[in-house]
Design a protein around this ligand. Structure first.
Ligand SMILES: [Fe+2]
Ligand SMILES: [Fe+2]
Length: 299
Protein backbone atom coordinates (compact mmCIF):
# COMPACT_ATOMS: atom_id res chain seq x y z
CA UNK A 1 0.00 0.00 0.00
CA UNK A 2 1.01 3.60 -0.49
CA UNK A 3 3.17 5.08 2.20
CA UNK A 4 3.15 8.82 2.60
CA UNK A 5 6.45 10.59 2.13
CA UNK A 6 7.04 14.10 3.41
CA UNK A 7 6.51 16.58 0.64
CA UNK A 8 7.54 20.23 0.43
CA UNK A 9 5.09 23.07 -0.11
CA UNK A 10 4.03 23.11 -3.77
CA UNK A 11 4.34 26.86 -4.27
CA UNK A 12 7.73 27.04 -2.56
CA UNK A 13 9.13 24.25 -4.73
CA UNK A 14 7.73 25.86 -7.88
CA UNK A 15 9.20 29.24 -6.90
CA UNK A 16 12.62 27.70 -6.35
CA UNK A 17 12.46 25.81 -9.66
CA UNK A 18 11.39 28.95 -11.52
CA UNK A 19 14.39 30.82 -10.10
CA UNK A 20 16.73 28.00 -11.04
CA UNK A 21 15.25 27.89 -14.59
CA UNK A 22 15.79 31.64 -15.02
CA UNK A 23 19.34 31.24 -13.77
CA UNK A 24 20.49 28.26 -15.78
CA UNK A 25 19.14 27.14 -19.12
CA UNK A 26 20.57 26.40 -22.53
CA UNK A 27 19.60 27.35 -26.01
CA UNK A 28 20.79 24.48 -28.22
CA UNK A 29 20.71 26.76 -31.26
CA UNK A 30 23.56 28.84 -29.84
CA UNK A 31 25.15 26.61 -27.20
CA UNK A 32 25.94 23.70 -29.51
CA UNK A 33 28.35 23.91 -32.41
CA UNK A 34 26.31 21.94 -34.93
CA UNK A 35 28.88 22.48 -37.68
CA UNK A 36 31.75 20.83 -35.74
CA UNK A 37 33.02 17.70 -37.48
CA UNK A 38 32.02 14.31 -36.03
CA UNK A 39 34.84 12.10 -34.68
CA UNK A 40 35.07 8.98 -36.82
CA UNK A 41 36.41 6.70 -34.09
CA UNK A 42 33.89 7.55 -31.36
CA UNK A 43 30.83 5.61 -30.32
CA UNK A 44 27.48 7.34 -30.05
CA UNK A 45 26.46 5.49 -26.93
CA UNK A 46 28.95 3.59 -24.74
CA UNK A 47 29.56 0.23 -26.47
CA UNK A 48 28.46 -1.78 -23.43
CA UNK A 49 25.05 -0.07 -23.58
CA UNK A 50 24.36 -1.15 -27.16
CA UNK A 51 21.30 -3.40 -27.27
CA UNK A 52 23.35 -6.09 -29.02
CA UNK A 53 26.51 -5.84 -26.89
CA UNK A 54 27.74 -9.27 -25.87
CA UNK A 55 25.63 -11.18 -28.40
CA UNK A 56 26.85 -13.33 -31.31
CA UNK A 57 25.53 -10.63 -33.65
CA UNK A 58 27.75 -8.03 -31.93
CA UNK A 59 30.77 -10.35 -32.22
CA UNK A 60 30.13 -10.56 -35.96
CA UNK A 61 30.33 -6.77 -36.46
CA UNK A 62 33.49 -4.86 -37.35
CA UNK A 63 34.53 -1.88 -35.19
CA UNK A 64 33.14 0.52 -37.82
CA UNK A 65 29.82 -1.35 -37.89
CA UNK A 66 29.59 -1.25 -34.11
CA UNK A 67 30.07 2.51 -34.19
CA UNK A 68 27.47 2.73 -36.94
CA UNK A 69 24.99 0.68 -34.89
CA UNK A 70 25.41 2.93 -31.82
CA UNK A 71 24.84 5.95 -34.08
CA UNK A 72 21.49 4.57 -35.16
CA UNK A 73 20.72 3.57 -31.57
CA UNK A 74 21.36 7.10 -30.29
CA UNK A 75 19.08 8.41 -33.06
CA UNK A 76 16.41 5.98 -31.92
CA UNK A 77 16.80 6.98 -28.25
CA UNK A 78 16.69 10.70 -29.11
CA UNK A 79 13.70 10.44 -31.44
CA UNK A 80 11.78 8.28 -28.96
CA UNK A 81 12.71 10.80 -26.25
CA UNK A 82 11.34 13.53 -28.51
CA UNK A 83 8.13 11.56 -29.11
CA UNK A 84 7.59 11.24 -25.38
CA UNK A 85 8.45 14.87 -24.73
CA UNK A 86 5.79 15.93 -27.23
CA UNK A 87 3.27 13.80 -25.31
CA UNK A 88 4.36 15.14 -21.95
CA UNK A 89 4.13 18.72 -23.20
CA UNK A 90 0.49 17.99 -24.10
CA UNK A 91 -0.13 16.54 -20.63
CA UNK A 92 1.46 19.53 -18.89
CA UNK A 93 -0.48 21.98 -21.02
CA UNK A 94 -3.65 20.08 -20.12
CA UNK A 95 -2.79 20.37 -16.40
CA UNK A 96 -2.22 24.12 -16.80
CA UNK A 97 -5.59 24.46 -18.59
CA UNK A 98 -7.30 23.44 -15.34
CA UNK A 99 -5.12 25.46 -12.97
CA UNK A 100 -5.05 29.06 -11.78
CA UNK A 101 -2.29 30.53 -13.98
CA UNK A 102 -1.26 32.97 -11.25
CA UNK A 103 0.05 30.07 -9.14
CA UNK A 104 3.77 29.38 -9.22
CA UNK A 105 3.20 25.71 -10.00
CA UNK A 106 1.15 26.51 -13.12
CA UNK A 107 3.92 28.88 -14.18
CA UNK A 108 6.55 26.25 -13.52
CA UNK A 109 4.60 23.73 -15.62
CA UNK A 110 4.67 26.27 -18.48
CA UNK A 111 8.41 26.76 -17.96
CA UNK A 112 8.89 23.01 -18.20
CA UNK A 113 6.98 23.00 -21.50
CA UNK A 114 9.39 25.67 -22.73
CA UNK A 115 12.36 23.49 -21.67
CA UNK A 116 10.91 20.47 -23.46
CA UNK A 117 10.34 22.51 -26.63
CA UNK A 118 14.05 23.28 -26.70
CA UNK A 119 14.97 19.66 -25.91
CA UNK A 120 12.81 18.27 -28.68
CA UNK A 121 14.37 20.73 -31.14
CA UNK A 122 17.81 19.72 -29.88
CA UNK A 123 17.13 15.98 -30.26
CA UNK A 124 15.71 16.53 -33.74
CA UNK A 125 18.76 18.55 -34.70
CA UNK A 126 21.11 15.87 -33.37
CA UNK A 127 19.36 13.11 -35.33
CA UNK A 128 19.57 15.27 -38.44
CA UNK A 129 23.26 16.09 -37.82
CA UNK A 130 24.36 12.46 -37.42
CA UNK A 131 22.43 11.61 -40.59
CA UNK A 132 20.00 8.99 -39.26
CA UNK A 133 16.24 8.65 -39.62
CA UNK A 134 14.09 9.96 -36.75
CA UNK A 135 13.04 6.39 -35.95
CA UNK A 136 10.61 7.14 -33.12
CA UNK A 137 8.60 4.27 -31.65
CA UNK A 138 6.95 1.54 -33.74
CA UNK A 139 3.98 2.76 -35.72
CA UNK A 140 1.27 1.22 -33.52
CA UNK A 141 2.93 2.64 -30.39
CA UNK A 142 3.02 6.04 -32.06
CA UNK A 143 -0.73 5.71 -32.68
CA UNK A 144 -1.45 4.41 -29.16
CA UNK A 145 0.56 7.26 -27.65
CA UNK A 146 -2.04 9.73 -28.87
CA UNK A 147 -4.38 8.36 -26.18
CA UNK A 148 -2.02 9.16 -23.33
CA UNK A 149 -2.82 12.88 -22.94
CA UNK A 150 -6.52 11.88 -22.75
CA UNK A 151 -6.33 8.94 -20.33
CA UNK A 152 -3.35 10.09 -18.28
CA UNK A 153 -3.71 12.22 -15.18
CA UNK A 154 -2.57 12.26 -11.58
CA UNK A 155 0.30 10.20 -10.19
CA UNK A 156 0.44 7.80 -13.17
CA UNK A 157 0.82 10.78 -15.50
CA UNK A 158 3.66 12.35 -13.52
CA UNK A 159 5.03 8.88 -12.76
CA UNK A 160 5.16 7.95 -16.47
CA UNK A 161 6.90 11.23 -17.20
CA UNK A 162 9.43 10.26 -14.52
CA UNK A 163 10.01 6.78 -15.98
CA UNK A 164 10.84 8.32 -19.36
CA UNK A 165 12.93 11.14 -17.90
CA UNK A 166 14.87 9.14 -15.34
CA UNK A 167 15.62 6.11 -17.53
CA UNK A 168 16.97 8.45 -20.21
CA UNK A 169 18.73 10.56 -17.59
CA UNK A 170 20.72 7.66 -16.17
CA UNK A 171 21.90 6.64 -19.63
CA UNK A 172 22.79 10.22 -20.55
CA UNK A 173 24.70 10.87 -17.31
CA UNK A 174 26.91 7.87 -17.95
CA UNK A 175 27.51 8.69 -21.63
CA UNK A 176 28.34 12.36 -20.99
CA UNK A 177 31.29 11.30 -18.83
CA UNK A 178 32.57 8.66 -21.25
CA UNK A 179 35.29 9.88 -23.60
CA UNK A 180 34.75 6.98 -25.97
CA UNK A 181 31.49 8.78 -26.87
CA UNK A 182 31.06 11.39 -29.63
CA UNK A 183 31.56 14.96 -28.23
CA UNK A 184 28.34 16.23 -29.84
CA UNK A 185 26.28 13.55 -28.09
CA UNK A 186 28.01 14.25 -24.78
CA UNK A 187 27.14 17.95 -25.04
CA UNK A 188 23.50 17.22 -25.88
CA UNK A 189 23.37 14.86 -22.90
CA UNK A 190 24.95 17.43 -20.57
CA UNK A 191 22.36 20.06 -21.49
CA UNK A 192 19.52 17.61 -21.10
CA UNK A 193 20.70 16.24 -17.75
CA UNK A 194 21.07 19.72 -16.27
CA UNK A 195 17.54 20.79 -17.16
CA UNK A 196 15.88 17.47 -16.38
CA UNK A 197 16.94 17.60 -12.73
CA UNK A 198 14.31 20.32 -12.16
CA UNK A 199 11.61 18.37 -13.97
CA UNK A 200 12.34 15.31 -11.87
CA UNK A 201 11.99 17.27 -8.64
CA UNK A 202 8.67 18.81 -9.76
CA UNK A 203 7.14 15.52 -10.94
CA UNK A 204 8.28 13.51 -7.92
CA UNK A 205 6.54 15.92 -5.56
CA UNK A 206 3.38 15.85 -7.68
CA UNK A 207 3.38 12.04 -7.49
CA UNK A 208 3.68 12.09 -3.69
CA UNK A 209 0.88 14.66 -3.36
CA UNK A 210 -1.40 12.72 -5.70
CA UNK A 211 -0.88 9.47 -3.77
CA UNK A 212 -1.93 11.02 -0.46
CA UNK A 213 -5.63 10.97 -1.26
CA UNK A 214 -5.95 7.88 -3.45
CA UNK A 215 -8.80 5.38 -3.11
CA UNK A 216 -8.51 1.64 -3.90
CA UNK A 217 -10.17 1.58 -7.33
CA UNK A 218 -8.24 4.65 -8.42
CA UNK A 219 -4.98 3.11 -7.21
CA UNK A 220 -5.56 0.05 -9.42
CA UNK A 221 -6.11 2.28 -12.47
CA UNK A 222 -3.03 4.38 -11.72
CA UNK A 223 -0.85 1.27 -11.20
CA UNK A 224 -2.06 -0.34 -14.42
CA UNK A 225 -1.60 2.79 -16.48
CA UNK A 226 1.92 3.57 -15.32
CA UNK A 227 3.01 -0.05 -15.84
CA UNK A 228 1.61 0.04 -19.38
CA UNK A 229 3.33 3.31 -20.25
CA UNK A 230 6.58 2.11 -18.61
CA UNK A 231 6.46 -1.04 -20.72
CA UNK A 232 5.97 0.85 -23.98
CA UNK A 233 8.73 3.31 -23.12
CA UNK A 234 11.26 0.54 -22.47
CA UNK A 235 10.22 -1.49 -25.52
CA UNK A 236 10.39 1.58 -27.75
CA UNK A 237 13.81 2.97 -26.81
CA UNK A 238 15.48 0.97 -29.57
CA UNK A 239 13.42 0.80 -32.74
CA UNK A 240 14.32 -2.53 -34.44
CA UNK A 241 14.79 -0.72 -37.76
CA UNK A 242 18.21 0.42 -36.46
CA UNK A 243 19.63 -3.05 -37.04
CA UNK A 244 19.14 -2.81 -40.80
CA UNK A 245 21.82 -0.09 -40.84
CA UNK A 246 24.45 -2.78 -40.16
CA UNK A 247 22.87 -5.47 -42.30
CA UNK A 248 20.95 -7.25 -39.52
CA UNK A 249 17.32 -8.21 -40.09
CA UNK A 250 15.29 -5.99 -37.73
CA UNK A 251 13.27 -8.96 -36.39
CA UNK A 252 16.43 -10.97 -35.73
CA UNK A 253 18.12 -7.99 -34.06
CA UNK A 254 15.05 -7.28 -31.92
CA UNK A 255 14.84 -10.86 -30.65
CA UNK A 256 18.58 -10.91 -29.93
CA UNK A 257 18.26 -7.66 -27.93
CA UNK A 258 15.22 -8.82 -25.95
CA UNK A 259 17.05 -12.02 -24.95
CA UNK A 260 20.35 -10.27 -24.33
CA UNK A 261 21.11 -10.35 -20.58
CA UNK A 262 23.39 -7.28 -20.98
CA UNK A 263 20.56 -5.27 -22.50
CA UNK A 264 18.08 -6.43 -19.87
CA UNK A 265 20.59 -5.34 -17.24
CA UNK A 266 20.97 -1.96 -18.96
CA UNK A 267 17.23 -1.27 -18.78
CA UNK A 268 17.06 -2.47 -15.19
CA UNK A 269 20.06 -0.35 -14.22
CA UNK A 270 18.64 2.73 -15.98
CA UNK A 271 15.35 2.34 -14.09
CA UNK A 272 16.76 1.55 -10.65
CA UNK A 273 16.42 5.00 -9.13
CA UNK A 274 12.94 5.81 -10.40
CA UNK A 275 11.60 2.33 -9.67
CA UNK A 276 12.65 2.46 -6.04
CA UNK A 277 10.85 5.82 -5.73
CA UNK A 278 7.67 4.59 -7.47
CA UNK A 279 7.72 1.47 -5.32
CA UNK A 280 8.07 3.53 -2.16
CA UNK A 281 5.03 5.67 -2.99
CA UNK A 282 2.95 2.59 -3.81
CA UNK A 283 2.62 2.92 -7.61
CA UNK A 284 4.35 -0.38 -8.40
CA UNK A 285 1.96 -3.24 -7.76
CA UNK A 286 -0.83 -5.30 -9.24
CA UNK A 287 -2.53 -5.18 -11.66
CA UNK A 288 0.66 -3.87 -13.30
CA UNK A 289 3.32 -6.34 -12.17
CA UNK A 290 3.50 -8.60 -15.22
CA UNK A 291 4.04 -5.56 -17.46
CA UNK A 292 6.74 -4.19 -15.16
CA UNK A 293 8.55 -7.54 -15.39
CA UNK A 294 8.21 -7.68 -19.16
CA UNK A 295 9.67 -4.19 -19.38
CA UNK A 296 12.81 -5.46 -17.49
CA UNK A 297 12.43 -2.61 -14.99
CA UNK A 298 11.36 -5.13 -12.33
CA UNK A 299 12.94 -8.58 -12.05
FE1 LIG B 1 13.61 16.89 -21.92
FE1 LIG C 1 11.79 16.80 -18.85
Amino acid sequence: MARSLKVADREKTAERLLNSSADKFYDPEVDIDWAAPLAEDKYYIPAHRSSLYGTALWDGLSEQQRIELTKHEVASVASVGLWFEVLLMQMLVKAVYNTDPTTRHAQYALTEVADECRHSTMFARMVERVGCPAYGPKRYVHQLGKLLPTIGYGPAMYGSILVAEEVLDRMQREAMQDDSVQPLVRMVNRIHVLEEARHVRFAREEVVRGMETMGRAELAYQRQLIALVGFFICRSIINPRVYAAVGIDPKVGEQAALHNPHYRDTIHWAGERIMSFLDEVGLVGNPGMSLWRKSFLVR
